[in-house]
Ligand binder design. Sequence first.
Ligand code: ADE
Length: 232
Amino acid sequence: MQDRQTVTRGMRDYTSGRLWGMDCVCVLSRIGKVAAAATVSTLIERFGVTHVLFTGVAGSVDKRVKVGDIVVADALVQHDMDARPLFPRFEIPLLGQERFASDLHLTDSVALAAGEFLAAGLGGIGESDRAAFGLDRPSVHRGLIASGDEFIHRGERHAALRQAFPDLLAVEMEGAAVAQVCFEFGLPFAVIRTISDGADEGAPLDFMQFIERVAARYAYGIVERYCASGRG
Ligand code: ADE
């Protein structure tokens, strides 16, 4: 990052500067919906960002979506929101909606960057890691992501989520909170996730290894292509 400056607020380091020609503020949100919402609120209110791009990993809940694939959210839902009987299950109270649509232009641009990253050979991830994680011609998917303060690692929770949201592709713990805050502030956002696990019994082990060896390279490679493309 050029002209880099770091400011620490609320246990997070916000690093501002120019990234492949684009003015950016980068920060690790920490884990869960509250952490993500607090981080995005600070990005908006203190740093004046105009767009939000959220990256990270997710568990797959669709057989077609494999470890190493990329899911770009068209819409996000909070699977742990339940204010019944005051409001319908999954509806965000006072907003009258269950799903938040991501910004189409930003999402298209990021999905293109993700496809380019995969086509260009996975940012130098070596043969042994490709074999270890079964990264075999990974692909980009678009669709619904569900977020909640829960790491999904049991078959019955996986099945319950699939039943509640038949079109669900992946689960994680932040995206829909980012989506709600961006919706409330009227900011365009996109959420892009690399699949680290199958949201089943093997998830905890797969998740930790994947984070260390694969996920960061995906995020770097995709953001690089997105920023450098000038597609905005
Ligand atoms: N992020 C990555 N994998 C996940 C899972 N299985 N559940 C929730 N968040 C995740």
